[in-house]
Design a protein around this ligand. Structure first.
Ligand SMILES: Nc1ncnc2c1ncn2[C@@H]1O[C@H](COP(=O)(O)OP(=O)(O)OP(=O)(O)O)[C@@H](O)[C@H]1O
Ligand SMILES: CC(=O)N[C@H]1[C@@H]2OC[C@@H](O2)[C@@H](O)[C@@H]1O[C@H](C)C(=O)O
Length: 378
C-alpha cells in the first residue's frame, strides 16, 4: 500500500504536473498539464477532455448529495476508472493533481466530499498524486471552495495585469475571484477575494433536461427567444445567500428549487429567466468586491453562452471577455488550477487563505500519495 504524505522533499525548481478536474456539470473530466514551481506559471502543456457516458452520468447523478453508501461507492468507481483511463493518454509527468468529483458539499455541517481515490491513481499511474484538496480547509473553518483563486493569482501575474481584475467561472455553479496583482503573494490579506456567485449553468441544464431532453441551452438559443420574468428574478435575489458577506460557497443543488420559480413559464421565458438568474448572481457579487475591477475574464462553459455574456456586459461597468482574450484556455482553467495546486501541495505552500475560503489562516490543503514503487516522496 502506498502512503499519503503532507510535505515535499524537493523545494525549488519547476515541475510538470497534470491536473484532473471533474466539475459540477457532470459532463466529463478535464485534464491539463502545467509547468510551474508553485508560484509562477512557466508554461501550459497538452490537455484532453474525457466525456462521461450516459451510464456514467446517471451513476454520478444518483449519488449527488449523498455521503456514504452503495451509490457513492459506484460513483467513486466510475470516477476512478474514467480518470485512470484519461491519465494513460499523457506522457509522463512529475505529479498529478486529482480533484475528483464533488458529490456533497456542506462545509458548516457534514463537510465536503470529493470521490476519487488518489492513492489508487498513484499506484495505477506510477506517479505521486496530490488529492483531497478541500478537507483541511473545511477542518480549519473554511468553505473548502473555491480553490482556483491561488491559480487565478498566478494567471493575473502571467498576463501582466497591474490593476485589480476578476476571473469569473461559469460552470454548474458560478465562482468569482477578485485579484489585486499589486500584491507579491496570494495569501497576503487584500490580494484575493473569492466566493461562489450562485447557480450558473446547472439550473438551465436541469430545465433543458426536464423539458426538452437536452443537455444544455446551446449558445443560449432558447433563452435568446424568451424574456426574463421580473417577479421570479426578484424572488431569486431575495435569497439570503446573496447578501451574505463572502467568502461563501455552494453545493451544486443548493438552488435546485429555482426551477420551481419558472415552472409556469413557457420554455423560452423559463430559459431566459434562469440565465438571467446566473447573471444577476454575478452582478450581486460585484457589490462585495473591494473596488471595481478593470476587467472581468470569464472562464467555464457559460462563456460560450452569448445571452449570459451580453447580460453581464450590459449590467457591469467593466469589459467582460472570455479568458481566451488574454491567451488562457477557458475549457481547461480548472484542470490547470489543480495541476498548479498539486505543486503547491508538494512544496508545502498554501492553497487557500481567509480571503478565498474564509479559513482561519492560510492553509496548505491536500495530501500526496506516492506509489509504492517510489522510495521517496516528491
Ligand atoms: N455552447 C454553449 N452554449 C451554452 N452553454 C454552454 C455551452 N458550452 C457549455 N455550456 C454550459 O457550460 C456547462 C459546462 O461548463 P463547465 O465545463 O465549465 O462546468 P463544470 O466545470 O462541470 O462546472 P463547475 O465549474 O461548476 O465545477 C455545460 O453544462 C453548459 O451548461
Ligand atoms: C465544492 C466544490 O466542488 N465546489 C466547486 C463548484 O464548482 C464551481 C464552484 O462550485 C467552486 O466553488 C468549486 O470549484 C472550483 C474549481 C474551485 O474550487 O475553484
Amino acid at each position: 500500500m502506498n502512503k499519503a504524505v503532507k510535505r515535499s522533499g524537493r523545494t525549488t525548481g519547476p515541475m510538470l504536473a497534470l491536473g484532473l478536474m471533474s466539475g459540477t456539470s457532470l459532463d466529463g473530466v478535464d485534464a491539463a498539464v502545467v509547468e510551474t514551481d508553485g508560484h509562477w506559471i512557466i508554461g501550459f502543456g497538452p490537455s484532453r477532455y474525457r466525456p462521461y457516458s450516459r451510464e456514467e452520468q446517471s451513476v454520478l447523478r444518483a449519488a449527488l448529495g449523498q455521503w456514504t453508501g452503495p451509490d457513492v461507492e459506484a460513483a467513486a468507481a466510475a470516477v476512478d476508472a474514467a480518470h485512470a483511463e484519461l491519465v494513460q493518454a499523457f506522457d509522463p509527468v512529475d505529479l498529478i493533481g486529482y480533484h475528483g468529483q464533488t458529490l456533497a458539499h456542506d462545509p458548516r455541517g457534514r463537510g465536503t466530499l470529493q470521490v476519487g481515490d488518489g492513492a489508487a491513481l498513484a499506484e495505477a499511474a506510477g506517479v505521486p498524486v496530490a488529492w483531497d484538496f478541500r478537507s483541511d480547509d473545511v477542518r480549519m473553518g473554511g468553505e473548502g471552495a473555491p480553490l482556483a483563486p491561488f491559480f487565478h493569482f498566478a494567471c493575473a501575474k502571467m498576463i501582466g495585469a497591474t490593476d485589480p481584475i476578476c476571473f469569473l467561472n461559469l460552470g454548474g455553479v458560478g465562482n468569482l475571484t477578485y485579484v489585486d496583482p499589486s500584491f507579491a503573494r496570494p495569501e497576503i490579506a487584500g490580494a484575493l477575494l473569492a466566493f461562489d456567485t450562485g447557480p450558473a449553468n446547472a439550473p438551465v441544464n436541469d430545465l433543458m433536461q426536464a423539458r426538452l431532453g437536452q443537455d444544455m441551452d446551446r449558445d443560449g438559443a432558447l433563452a435568446a427567444r424568451g424574456a426574463v420574468e421580473a417577479g421570479a428574478l426578484e424572488l431569486f435575489l431575495a435569497e439570503p445567500y446573496f447578501s451574505r458577506i463572502p467568502p461563501k460557497s455552494l453545493d451544486r443543488n443548493d438552488f435546485s428549487e429555482m426551477i420551481d420559480l419558472v415552472r409556469e413559464l413557457a420554455d423560452a421565458d423559463a430559459a431566459a429567466t434562469l440565465t438571467g438568474m446566473c447573471a444577476a448572481g454575478v452582478v450581486q457579487a460585484m457589490e462585495h468586491c473591494p473596488s471595481p475591477p478593470a476587467r472581468m475574464l470569464v472562464t467555464g462553459g457559460g462563456r460560450h453562452n452569448p445571452v449570459v455574456m451580453e447580460m453581464l456586459r450590459v449590467a457591469l461597468d467593466c469589459p467582460v471577455d472570455p479568458v481566451e482574450t488574454v491567451g488562457l484556455d477557458g475549457d481547461m482553467l480548472e484542470a490547470q488550477a489543480f495541476a498548479f495546486l498539486a505543486v503547491r501541495v508538494a512544496r508545502g505552500l498554501a492553497t487557500s487563505c481567509p480571503g478565498t475560503t474564509g479559513v482561519s489562516a492560510a492553509v496548505g490543503g491536500g495530501v500526496i500519495s506516492v506509489p509504492s514503487t517510489e522510495a521517496t516522496p516528491v
